[in-house]
Design a protein around this ligand. Sequence first.
Ligand SMILES: [Mg+2]
Length: 292
Amino acid sequence: MRRHVAQASPGSTEPGAVRLLTPTVAGNIHGMGITAPIVVVTDLDGTLLDHNTYEAGPAAAALQTLQDAGVTIVCCSAKTRAEQQVHRRDLAIAGPFVVENGAAVHADHGPVRVLGLDYGEVRDRLAGVAASLDVSLRGFGDMEIVEVVERTGLSAGAAARAQERDHTEPFVVDGDGVNEPTLRGALHDRGLGLQRGARFWTAGGFHDKGDAVAVLRELYTVERGERPLMYGLGDTYNDAAMLAAVDVPMLVQRPDGGWADLAVDNLTRLDGIGPVGWCLGAEAILATASTA
Ligand SMILES: [Mg+2]
């Protein structure tokens, strides 16, 4: 199957234009039919990284195979800039990265595009929500490191990096709590969006991972003068917009062996949990490219 891609204007010649694509990409993965730059946008927790151990395991090698083939890997996670820099270094990921559920697109040198609010502003508005609902909403900024460690299973160092926040605030509802529609409505009234992750609610601006994918597509199209072919890999609800925004969406299994119930068209459900499913996705990407 030959994939047709939309042509756009030639690459940017603006001074200081950020180069985002993997430099080795020759436009022809495995020398076969795909001529567009290939970008794999991946969630981290529960997808590339195991939900409990936060290790990539077998996916580390699969990731390098893709990069060696000229594929650009973009981490797109609820994790912070500080957290993702460590994972990108450990896994030798060269591509840019999307932090805090689509709040910003970063390259190594700093932010390329910011879609989110400042963290302090989010904290202030969240305090207003808690007061209006008369509930206790406790965010990462209210927790000691030991509590973040207990709730996440992260190491103390990783928990500290999770608390280095720029744009969004994960939180828990203490006591009897509040139902989701009420919570979502109260946040909306104060200009905050609500994301549902595997462990926490997260408050932030009105952005999601899908908005970041749209920015990436725009940036890559300008850089290369052609629309990239974008794959997406995720595991849960906060990946739905990302998966809906890519060309080829893939979903790995949750730790219980099931798939999150996401309403995303043309979704490929990979028969493996977290990084094991990620490896199957990587194989499919290479196989599709090689037979295109
Ligand atoms: Mg996840």
